[in-house]
Design a protein around this ligand. Structure first.
Ligand SMILES: [Zn+2]
Length: 489
């Protein structure tokens, strides 16, 4: 069974094999650190965290590079507008590096809470100016770029004579021409669809470096080509990011790699993988629509669309319940349902530890396990994998009640699969790590008191205790000899 991944470049699912096994090089576009981390950041980070964890589980040695963009990301796609970090620094009257460091720290804090593993390398654009300049020089030498007034642009027309531009996004040059506007500062480009590799800085510009073309700063696209190739070589195995980065960002990266290294660059990466976006109640998430939700607001509940805060695992589970190439429509209802689903699986996981083995098995664990891994191998279908776990929660209750049975080997295979898939690969945090023990002691004490009240025919007290437990989100499962329970929100 081999892992199939959907490659945006070829528009089909392809079996994944690394270029240099057992090593895998993966680069994912990280955040531009000028604002609070939001739902879009969480989705991209969780998508590639699962891929990172799964590749490691499959035995690969993965070098995962995810960058921090701390310069050069302008407000507009066509090299226009202010640098996002500089603008924030100006508004808050602080140095750009203070903005970058503050929002990098907040990003790390949010991702740690969501149990997203840190990448192997996390390079910053400002820390790799030399590599970017070297790449631009080589592109100039190869004749695919031109310098005007201290800025350098990639010559898309020249590039198109040798390579197809638009191969990743499927856009053709006619659409690009129709879509490009005449903007301020565009006049120095030969064609509006040429893009900046290096921009000349005004003397007042706060972030600028020496270059062969005078003082300036790099374009956003060249950062990712330079950092990925510096750490992973070219071509490397996997380049990832959100769907919104396909054009122009990733298309530009591919052009830069060919323009610098020639056809041997092979589209910079073998697999181009893109996660879909998050919508809010059917609408695009944007600051101007007032439906922008940060990760911190999910945790605290301080947002007009939320009635309360939710733990990080609710959000992680919400994304895992969808295929990464489908949109996720966010609403409090969906988040709350995801939290219930997480609690249900995690209580079943705890109950599974209490099951005792038997001399025969009532069902085939290996067939079920194969179904789970078939789903994961099919382009990381976490939604189908989770469905298989949900279907098994009833069986776990019956195993615990000794109505059905498993041999010691089957039981340990079942426990192992729950641990490997839910905890190690999907990155869910088990209840035992979230104050679970204290909860468990209190809940089981209340259940014991209720059973004693019923035995003493004190039904009003028994009902009161049942209602209180219900309010705590605990659903009781009464059997003649014992009462089991599960978290139900
Ligand atoms: Zn990037």
């Amino acid at each position: 069974m081999s892992l199939y991944l959907y490659n945006t470049l070829t528009r089909k699912k392809e079996p994944f094999t690394p270029l240099h096994p057992p090593y895998v090089g993966m680069y994912v576009c990280g955040p531009t650190v000028y604002g609070d981390p939001h739902l879009g950041h969480a989705r991209a980070a969780i998508t590639f965290d699962v891929l990172f964890r799964y590749l490691r589980y499959l035995g690969y040695q993965v070098r995962y590079v995810r960058n921090i963009t701390d310069v050069g990301h302008l407000e507009g796609d066509a090299d226009e507008g202010e640098d996002k970090i500089l603008k924030k620094a100006r508004l808050e009257k602080v140095e750009p590096i203070e903005i970058a460091q503050r929002y990098t720290a907040l990003y790390h804090k949010a991702m740690d809470a969501l149990n997203v593993l840190r990448p192997s390398v996390e390079p910053t654009a400002t820390g790799h100016i030399a590599q970017q300049i070297a790449m631009i020089e080589r592109i100039l030498q190869n004749g695919y770029a031109y310098e005007v007034n201290g800025s350098v642009y990639l010559d898309v027309e020249k590039y198109r004579q040798d390579y197809p531009y638009g191969i990743l996004s499927g856009r053709n040059i006619e659409e690009l021409i129709a879509g490009s506007r005449e903007l301020e500062g565009q006049a120095e480009k030969k064609h509006p669809w040429d893009f900046a590799l290096w921009k000349r800085a005004e003397p007042t510009h706060l972030m600028q470096w020496d270059s062969p073309w005078g003082r300036g700063f790099p374009g956003w696209h060249i950062e990712c080509s330079a950092m990925s190739i510096h750490y992973l070589g070219v071509p490397f195995d996997i380049h990832g990011g959100g769907l919104d980065l396909i054009f122009p960002h990733h298309e530009a990266e591919i052009a830069q790699a060919h323009a610098c290294f020639g056809p041997e660059a092979h589209h910079q990466a073998r697999f181009w993988i893109h996660n879909n976006l998050v919508t809010i109640e059917g609408q695009k998430m944007s600051k101007s629509l007032g439906n922008f939700i940060t990760i911190e607001e999910i945790f605290t509940g301080r947002h007009p669309k939320l009635s309360r805060g939710y733990p990080p695992m609710a959000l992680r589970f919400l994304f895992l319940q969808a295929h990464y190439r489908s949109t996720v429509d966010f609403s409090e209802e969906a988040l709350s349902a995801a939290y219930k689903g997480y609690l249900r699986l995690m209580t079943a996981f705890e109950r599974l530890k209490e099951v005792r083995p038997h001399t025969y098995s009532s069902f085939s664990v290996s067939a079920w396990r194969e179904r789970v891994f078939t789903a994961l191998h099919d382009d990381l279908n976490t939604a189908a994998a989770l469905a298989a776990f949900f279907e098994q929660t009833e069986d776990i209750l019956r195993l615990r009640r000794q109505e059905i049975f498993l041999t010691p080997e089957d039981l340990s295979l079942l426990q192992k699969t729950w641990q490997e898939v839910l905890i190690d690969i999907l990155g869910l945090i088990p209840l035992t790590q979230v104050e679970w023990h204290r909860w468990k002691i209190a809940i089981e004490l209340l259940i014991r008191l209720r059973r004693e009240a019923r035995a003493a025919k004190n039904y009003s007290l028994a009902d009161l205790l049942r209602d209180e437990l219900q309010n705590m989100g605990v659903r009781l499962l009464d059997f003649p000899d014992e009462t089991l329970w599960e978290m139900h929100e």
